[in-house]
Structures are given as C-alpha cells and as structure tokens.
Design a protein around this ligand. Structure first.
Ligand code: MN
Ligand code: MN
Length: 467
C-alpha cells in the first residue's frame, strides 16, 4: 500500500463511524452472560403475559433481592429498596442512593401492557352450534395476524360478593386453548380483493370456545350454557360477572429460541417486556449507586398512557413526592435534576420490508440497544426530541460502561411512526431520551428480538442506575 493510501485509510478510520455486528466486538464471556440473562428473560415472558402478571412477577423478583412495600411516612436511608404496587397494574420501584433527592433520580420507564384481544363485557354467545366469545382489540394490531393462532385467556373477575378470581386458561401443560379460525382460501375470493385495512373487521374477532351442548338440553343457549357451566364449576362465576372483569386473549405459546444458531428470542409481548425486564433487572443488579434509582413499569402505553395506571397518571408524581418528603426535598427540584431513559422497543431493520426503512438510520439486529433521539410521525409530530446535551450524557455513560448501542429512527420519514412514554416524562421537566431493543414483527402475536440486543438493553439500564 502506498504511503498516501495508508494515510487515507488511517484518516478514514479516525473519522468514519463504523457500525458493525456486536458479535464482532464481544467476547465469549459476554456471550455466556447474554445467554444466561436471556433464559431469565424468557421465563419472565412466560410468567407475565399481561400487565397484572408482569407486576406480580416483578414484585417476586424484587422481593427476592430485599425490596419491601413502600408505606407513606416510612423513613428511608441510602441503600433501602422499596416498591409501590399501583392497583396491581403498574409498579414503581426505588433504590435510595447516597445523594439527596434534590440531585434528582435516575429513571427507567418501560411498559408492561401489550397488544391483545380483550373480552367484551357481554362476551359469551353461540352461533352455528359453536360457543363463542366477543372481543375488542387493545392496541395497534394487524388483525389478520391474530387469526388461526392458539390463544389463552388471562385476567381477573371480580365476583358479585367482591371476591376476585384469577383466570389463566391455555398456558399450562395440557390446557385447552381458544382460537379465531381464519377464512379458508377457497372461499376468500371477495375478501382477497380488498385492501388489508378493510379486509378484516374488528367485530369479527370472535373466539371459538366450545361446541358441545349442555346435556339433555333443547332449543337455544345449549352451547353457551355448557361453557358457562364449566366456568361456573371451575371459577364460581356467572355471565353477570363478566361485567366486572378484565379478561384478555393472548397467544398461548411460550417464549422460544429463534434461529438455527439460537441467536434470537421469539415470544408474545416483547414490546415492551424486553425493556421492562431489562429496566427491572438493571435496577436490581446495579452495584454502585450515587443517585436514587427508580424503575416504573407502566400500563396503558399501547392505548395512549392515560388513566390511573398509565404514565400520564399522577401516581408516579405521588410516589416520587412521597420519597422526596422523607428528605424534605421539593418534587419540582427533584424532577428538574432527574434523568429518564424511556425504555421502549424500536423497529429492527427487516430485509423483507427494506422499503420502509432508511438504511442509514435504522436499527440493525445485534448492534445493541437503540437510542432514538426522537420518535413521532411526519414532521416529528408528537415526539420527545432529546437535546444534544442529553444524547451526549447517555452516549458517555454507554461508552464508559461497555454498552453496545446505536442511534436509529423508527423507519423512513413519512412511512408511519409511533410514540412512547418519553414525552410524558419530559413534560414533567425531566430530561428524557428513548432507548430500547429493536424488534422484528412488532405488535404481532410472535415478536422477535436479538439476544445480544436484549442483553445490551439490560447493560444500558444498569449503567444508568449506577450513576
Ligand atoms: Mn412499546
Ligand atoms: Mn407498542
């Protein structure tokens, strides 16, 4: 190589940003740690298909590490670990740091609700000698993906006497599942000519739950009765109890390895359990803690983050305010100096649909956790646009802690877009940036992530909590 060409190569290496697969960078020890982490993550996915189960599973993991329920008025000192269970649907956890809360808290905000099919208040009926249940979809789904997929029923029913019964059918070994069969191609001529947006109707997402008549019965209601009789014997509920219930139909299968090399995780609900688990475990495992660390696992992100358990709820302000009261610090001062990593998934570059991505500004699988300076749609509408200073702050933390990361946009400008809880945190005067795991097939009943990215999201969260 000529001297001139060598100088040119050196200059290029010094100035160009080289984006490569994380596997070209990490060592065997890191790969072992990654695989071990992902086994725990897959168990969390299986234990926690809906937000209530995620809250329960997260509490169990936290209590095993010494966390106790926070009670307003209790005194707290550095090293204390507390959690607040918000109505069994969202969870806030804190580890008190050495620094005053006036210096702010380090926040990891993820969500534990995922797209699914909720049962309607009057779900059970029969048609064509089939017992059925009506659903109302929750979150942004492509309806056809949920057809001919084995589904389980998860949730709670509050009975007339005020007692609550947990429903969980379809996931335990030997359990039956329910399903919405898709239309056979032989008779889909008319439907196949329609645009996808109108070919599948929400009102037709009705689950098949039985086909046997109640013994020795006649006339209408025999098939519905057989199913209600089973539910009554098992759970002590009647048709009226569905009026005070939350029952979700979710995919019935568990998390699995994907790829012949087992390099990916496939499961329902990885948006945003992948970041929720990373944020939770990052807080639980953080070693040095100067500032107080706070992890919130929020509900209702998929429908706009509203309501008592969503990220817009005052429940978060109340919890931080209660913590501040233990030190005589004002909530406003605490928020002003706080930092939040809004940890939610982003779109992973998919070669089958290359046209919707900007290849220069996409998340590629196994390049690590993906920072999004802004989300939103069209001209960044509805986004949280993190400042250069905030991006610089996070970049320094990731670099200092060996976190593999990249920066990406959700897709091509004007291809669509999306939002996260980030803006609800920054609206509180908290410096916030989006960072999460790239996902393939987001919002589908079976989502795929790269194991290296899952692990690096955890490493990112842990580093944030170690400031
Ligand atoms: Mn999400
Ligand atoms: Mn989502």
């Amino acid at each position: 190589m000529s001297e001139q060409k060598k100088a040119w190569e050196e200059r290029k290496q010094a100035l160009f940003l080289d984006k490569k697969s994380g596997y070209d960078v990490i060592d065997e020890k890191t790969i072992d740690a990654m695989n071990e982490y992902c086994e725990g993550y897959k168990k969390f996915l299986d234990d926690a298909k809906i937000e209530r189960e995620a809250v329960k599973a997260a509490i169990a993991l936290a209590e095993a590490k010494g966390f106790v329920p926070f009670v307003r008025g209790m005194s707290l000192k550095a090293g204390d670990k507390v959690y607040y269970n918000n109505r069994n649907k969202s969870l806030m956890l804190a580890v008190i740091g050495e620094a005053s809360l006036a210096e702010g808290v380090q926040i990891g905000a993820a969500h534990v609700d995922s797209p699914r099919l909720d049962l309607k208040p009057y779900p059970v009926y029969e048609d064509g000698d089939i017992a059925m249940m009506k659903t109302h979809y929750y979150g942004g789904i492509r309806k056809y993906q949920w057809l001919s997929t084995p589904m389980a029923l998860h949730g709670v029913v509050v009975r007339k006497d005020g007692t609550t019964v947990q429903i969980n059918i379809g996931d335990k070994p030997g359990d039956p599942v329910v399903v919405i069969p898709d239309l056979l191609p032989h008779l889909a001529g008319e439907q196949s000519g329609k645009p996808v947006s109108s070919a599948f109707e929400g009102e037709n997402l009705n689950l098949f739950v039985g086909s046997r008549p109640y013994p020795e019965s006649e006339g209408s209601g025999r098939f519905k009765l057989y199913v209600l009789d089973l539910l009554n014997k098992e759970y002590g509920i009647t048709e009226a109890d569905f009026l005070s219930a939350e029952i979700c139909a979710v995919p019935a299968y568990n998390a699995v390895d994907v790829g012949l090399d087992r390099s990916m995780v496939g499961a329902y609900g990885q948006d945003d359990h992948v970041c929720a688990y990373a944020s939770l475990m990052g807080l639980l495992d953080a070693e040095k803690r100067h500032k107080t660390g706070v992890c919130i696992l929020a509900d209702k992100e998929e429908v706009g983050s509203m309501g008592v358990s969503g990220m817009q709820s005052d429940a978060f302000d109340t919890f931080i305010s209660d913590l501040c009261d233990t030190q005589g610090v004002s909530l406003k001062e605490c928020f002003e100096h706080s930092f939040c990593l809004s940890s939610d998934v982003t779109a992973c570059y998919d070669p089958n649909y290359a046209g919707v991505y900007d290849p220069r500004n996409s998340s590629y699988i196994n390049q690590g956790v993906s920072l999004c300076k802004y989300t939103g749609s069209r001209g960044k509408g509805g986004c949280n646009d993190a400042s250069a200073e905030v991006m610089g702050y996070v970049r320094r933390i990731f670099e200092e802690n060996g976190v593999l990361w990249s920066v990406a946009e959700l897709g091509k400008v004007d291809a669509g877009g999306g939002g996260t809880v980030a803006l609800y945190m920054s609206n509180r005067n908290i410096d916030t940036v989006d960072a999460g795991t790239p996902v393939l097939g987001m919002h589908a009943p079976f989502e795929v992530t790269g194991k290296l990215d899952c692990y690096m999201t955890y490493r990112a969260m842990k580093a944030i909590f170690e400031q």
